[in-house]
Design a protein around this ligand. Structure first.
Ligand code: SF4
Length: 362
């Protein structure tokens, strides 16, 4: 366990047990989350307390490498997290009006989407909630190195990195709690989005536990036959069940869901797929994001040509569906959607457990 796994009440309990006054816990908690400071920079704390914190409640947040692309506006870090030393990747993207961090929830992924580098490596381990949220602490530190044309502070968090967030439900739920905590990071719920490939029980739980956060569902195909191939989770939760869960989520949260669609040349970019997707997106009042496929070594397909993406988008718009064609950030450092794959994690000597583990929704 790292200190980021503790909420303020738990941290207060630990510090009271050491004979520290309660206000010290608030001080440490604000230092960790609001100021994103490592212990050694908390010079307002007594030196002995800093040493005790480092020894008994380690941060477990180590930056192994940090690379940049897009003239410094995209940064990808390889992080070692927690006492088990999970190695994962986190991506920070600066825009004119916002700074978004894309966090990982698992080292690897068991969902097996063939076009995704993380899926190609299989599942190594689940992260804890603190390990997920600690990635935002790294991002807050790294944001000051973004170009001056960005806000240089984390404004948005998307759970779209390595792993399927709703297959590691408890960690995702706890990480969201930590990020929204007014005593901690204090992010607005509407600036947090959880992405899923369609883990139906998780969508239903999220609507109850965190009704204010956004939901993005990776469809990639609008009929079960093709979706079974591209997104194997569809065999567990086919499109009719998925649509029903998203509809219930929408009713409960009053929020507009997003549908993510990787545009794959000659696979899912046909007029027919657009025609099948349109009524689903309309019924769900969803916004569709089209993302040109990012190439990965283990998958032969290519991104759809620009003109094909334009035609696909036009068909959706003509059917009354709001559409955005997303840019692909960080492709040259393998930081784009579907490209995250930690070579450290793929080393079986470090992580011998390569068997997929069941989805943990509770
Ligand atoms: S696309 Fe998402 S759910 Fe599918 S294998 Fe990759 S990380 Fe897992």
């Amino acid at each position: 366990m790292s200190v980021y796994d503790l909420d303020l009440e738990q941290l207060t309990g630990r510090l009271l047990g050491w004979g520290e006054p309660a206000y010290r816990a608030r001080q440490v908690y604000a230092g960790l989350w609001r100021q994103a400071r490592p212990y050694e920079d908390m010079t307002d704390l007594p030196k002995e307390l800093r040493a005790q914190l480092a020894g008994e409640l380690p941060e477990g947040l180590e930056v192994l490498t940090e690379r940049e692309a897009d003239r410094g506006a995209t940064r990808k870090a390889l992080l070692r997290l927690g006492e088990k030393g999970h190695v994962i990747e986190t991506v920070l993207m600066g825009y004119r009006d916002r700074v978004t961090v894309c966090v990982s929830t698992q080292a690897g992924c068991a969902m097996g989407c063939g076009f995704c580098a993380t899926g190609q490596m299989g599942l190594q381990n689940n992260l804890t909630g603190g390990e997920v949220a600690a990635q935002v602490v790294w991002a807050a530190r790294a944001a000051v190195r973004l170009p001056a044309s960005t806000p240089r502070r984390v404004t948005n968090v998307v759970f779209m990195g390595m792993g399927e967030p709703l297959a590691n439900y408890r960690a995702t739920r706890d990480a969201v709690s930590r990020l929204l905590d007014p005593d901690g990071m204090n992010l607005g719920a509407r600036h947090v989005t959880v992405s899923t490939v369609g883990v139906v029980p998780g969508i239903r739980r999220l609507a109850t536990d965190h009704p204010q956060v956004g939901l993005a569902v990776s469809f990639h195909a609008a009929d079960d036959e093709l979706r079974n191939e591209l997104v194997p989770a569809n065999r567990l939760w086919p499109l009719d069940q998925l649509e029903a869960a998203i509809a219930d989520w929408r009713e409960r949260t009053h929020r507009r869901p997003s549908i993510e669609w990787a545009m794959i040349d000659g696979v899912n970019d046909s007029d027919r797929q657009a025609e099948l997707l349109s009524p689903i997106a309309r019924r769900l009042h969803a916004h569709v994001n089209l993302i040109p496929l990012n190439p990965t070594p283990g998958w032969p397909s290519q991104p759809s040509p620009r003109a094909r993406i334009g035609s696909f988008a036009s068909l959706l718009r003509a059917a009354g569906v709001p559409v955005t064609v997303r840019d692909t950030r960080g492709r040259e450092i393998d930081a784009a959607c579907g490209q995250l794959r930690s070579k450290f994690v793929a080393d079986p000597a470090r992580h011998p457990c390569r068997r997929p583990i069941p989805v943990q929704v509770r």
